[in-house]
Design a protein around this ligand. Structure first.
Ligand code: FAD
Length: 454
């Protein structure tokens, strides 16, 4: 079959072409093929395990002929399971997983389904790193398309700021390049506009030198939450580019609730030790660990805290400042978690990404701010209490809402957060809408189109 006639071919021809790559409900492969990070009730009608751009084009034509809504699955970490369209067709990109490193140009060319830990492992021998977050199994594309708050973002920008090119299959089957010279408006849209233009089969990503990396983990008792967060907030007001700090109100392995401050320093280790020591002194840590590591190990260090298949519900806000009211809300919610697995997570955006002009990408907030998440998580056997866990997250978000900025982090907003979604791109929204209309006129890839089980 030639490269151009998928739209003319019949369902039978398309199914025949994709035959060993189609997974249907009731088959042995199906349960594992619809597993991602979140437990989801979504039951796709067809999952296409695509291996090539031609497979993706055939899968798109099949969805169109069968009149199925579709979703695109990269790393499978969307918390609402939006990459698994209920009763729809899933374009699964996990087998588009090649990685080429051009060490001289400091560029990685990756398949559309590559995950963070594989990219970091591939770049490591060249003493290079990519901007990735805490989830090693998170898709590089999905992370960056929504923005991408990474572990070296204060130095190296958001994930979105590091996309320099892509191959995209549009809804009508056309394969286009997005680069500074070819379809630059499509490239602009991909850098934080969500995966709402087409199926990205390949990405070109800027890499950065693997400078020394210091990683710390301090767990403070909950009784110290307010002092620790006040000190942390003060530190963040003038945080240098080398410093990235995650905050997590979480349960320690012994079951006690703690406030964890997790700094990583990317640069001169001597200076890093001094700064990290000042973080240690924010309180009296009950767990205290600092080590010099590779990015590969830093990403791996988060794995013991990440579980697939749990119930989850996430609410998010952008917050300019940890005011006393915000800190009091965090302290109270941390003390009254309804599930040991639930967490309150935050990180501060400063440095390089705040120096990018707002109009340069669709990402909606370039002022320094906190990304703030109330993450309700529970075991599948605790599903009967899901409303209680969700209410815990809702209550916390309601308390911080008066101190929050409009919009929010696209990747963590739920489909129900309509007002925040409308503000997530700030003044970039009109341009983003026109680029979406140009490349996906029927909204095939818009997140509102992805059917979810209720
Ligand atoms: C445990 C965990 C840790 C996380 N850590 C961070 C973090 O540190 N920083 C941060 O910013 N975010 C983080 N996230 C959020 C994460 O970046 C988003 O959930 C992201 O969308 C996941 O991408 P994915 O490919 O894994 O997910 P998927 O569910 O596979 O995809 C999500 C959506 O991305 C789009 N998409 C993905 N790949 C493609 C493609 N090739 N072409 C077109 N569209 C595509 C599709 O619209 C798809 O519905 C984390 C999430 C989890 C669950």
């Amino acid at each position: 079959m030639s490269n151009t006639d998928w739209n003319q071919s019949t369902v039978a021809e398309l199914e025949d072409f994709l035959k060993n790559k189609i997974v249907l409900p009731g088959t042995e492969k199906y349960p594992a093929s619809r597993e991602g990070w979140a437990a989801t009730h979504n039951q796709p009608a067809i999952i296409c395990l695509c291996e090539t751009t031609a497979d993706v084009r055939a899968a798109l034509a099949l969805a169109s002929k069968k009149n199925l809504r579709l979703s695109v699955r990269g790393g499978g970490h969307d918390w609402q399971g939006r990459s698994f369209a209920h009763n729809g067709l899933v374009i699964d990109l996990r087998n588009l997983n090649t990685i080429e490193i051009d060490a001289e140009a400091r560029v990685a060319t990756t398949g559309g389904g590559v995950i963070a830990q594989d990219l970091i492992a591939a770049a490591d021998p060249y003493d290079l790193i990519a901007v990735v977050g805490t989830g090693g199994a998170v898709g590089v594309a999905g992370f960056a398309f929504g923005g991408g708050y990474g572990l070296t973002t204060p130095s190296n920008g958001l994930g979105a700021d590091n996309i320099i090119g892509a191959e995209v299959v549009l809804a009508d089957g056309r394969v286009v390049t997005a680069s500074e010279t070819e379809n630059p408006d499509l490239l602009w849209g991909l850098c934080g506009g969500g995966g709402s233009f087409g199926v990205v089969t390949s990405l070109r990503i800027r890499l950065h030198p693997a400078k020394p990396l210091l990683s710390g983990f301090f767990a403070f008792p909950l009784s110290e939450t307010e002092t620790v967060l006040q000190g942390y907030n003060k530190l963040m007001q003038s945080a240098p580019d080398e410093l990235n700090v995650l905050v997590s109100a979480m349960s320690a392995p012994d079951g006690s609730n703690v406030i964890a401050i997790v700094p990583n320093w990317y640069g001169d280790p001597e200076e890093g030790r001094r700064v990290i020591d000042s973080i240690r002194k924010l309180g009296n840590p009950v767990m205290d660990q600092v080590s010099e590591i590779r990015m590969k190990e830093l990403v791996e260090s988060f794995a013991p805290f990440i579980f697939n298949g749990h119930g989850s519900y996430i609410r998010t806000r952008w917050i300019a400042d940890f005011t006393p009211e915000v800190i009091a809300a965090i302290a109270s919610a941390a003390a009254h978690k309804t599930s040991a697995l639930s967490t309150i997570i935050s990180a501060h955006l400063h440095g390089a990404p705040t120096r990018v002009p707002l109009a340069d990408t669709p990402f909606g907030l370039r002022e320094p701010h906190y990304i703030f998440e109330a993450v309700a998580e529970w075991l599948p056997e605790d599903d009967a209490n899901s409303d209680m866990h969700k209410k815990w997250a809702d209550d916390l978000i309601e308390q911080v809402a008066p101190y929050a900025l409009p919009g929010g982090y696209l990747n963590m907003l739920g489909n129900e957060d309509k007002e925040q979604l409308a503000n997530a791109h700030g003044s970039n929204l009109p341009r983003l809408q026109s680029v979406r209309k140009k490349f996906d006129p029927n909204g095939v890839f818009s997140r509102e189109q992805v059917p979810l089980a209720r």
